[in-house]
Design a protein around this ligand. Structure first.
Ligand code: ZN
Length: 178
């Protein structure tokens, strides 16, 4: 299958899996907007094709109940493994999950770390453009600082993604600092 066919297949798969989901922001954007943004950030910054594919699928296990076996069957073991690496253990309390995500990022594969950076860029952009209605400035700032702690453990692989993250981070910190 050509790369274009593989990527459009992955985006179509994600669109079907996330069909009923919306982002938490006040504009409640369709969830697939986030997925396409993450895949696009990876492609634009010349990440390896496996990372772009995993970017398109990165929330399917965590948020839609898709299994590793299902991804392996549709997209191969390598892509399925990267997506699994990008999946938090939802049985843990939220704070613990967030702490582990930052701590564990350093031990992930290169592709998973690039997906992490792209995911955080998209999330920070969402908070800037359409924040959840009930989030205070302090809570937004706290999210930015935590996202940076994850990204700081993913550095040294893709200067373009890092630069885009740092630019977005700076805007938020200026905007939300007390
Ligand atoms: Zn995501």
């Amino acid at each position: 299958m050509s790369d274009v066919a593989s990527l459009t297949k992955a985006l179509n798969f994600a669109a079907q899996k996330h069909v009923d989901q919306r982002r938490k922001g006040k504009n409640a954007e369709p969830y697939i907007n986030h997925i396409i943004e993450v895949a696009s950030l990876l492609a634009e910054n010349k990440a390896p094709f496996a990372a772009v594919m995993a970017g398109a699928l990165h929330d399917t296990i965590e948020d839609t109940g898709t299994t590793h076996a299902e991804l392996k069957c549709a997209f191969g073991e390598n892509i399925a493994d990267i997506v699994r690496e990008c999946t938090d253990d939802k049985s843990l309390p939220k704070q613990e999950r967030k702490r582990l995500q930052a701590e564990n990022a350093a031990h992930k594969s290169d592709a998973a770390r690039m997906v992490k950076i792209a995911d955080k860029i998209s999330n920070l952009r969402s908070i800037l453009a359409s924040p959840p209605a009930d989030w205070s400035g302090a809570r937004k700032l706290e999210y930015f600082v935590w996202a940076k702690s994850v990204v700081d453990n993913c550095r040294g692989l893709n200067a373009g993604l890092e630069k885009e993250f740092d630019k977005t981070y700076k805007v938020g910190v200026e905007k939300f600092k007390p």
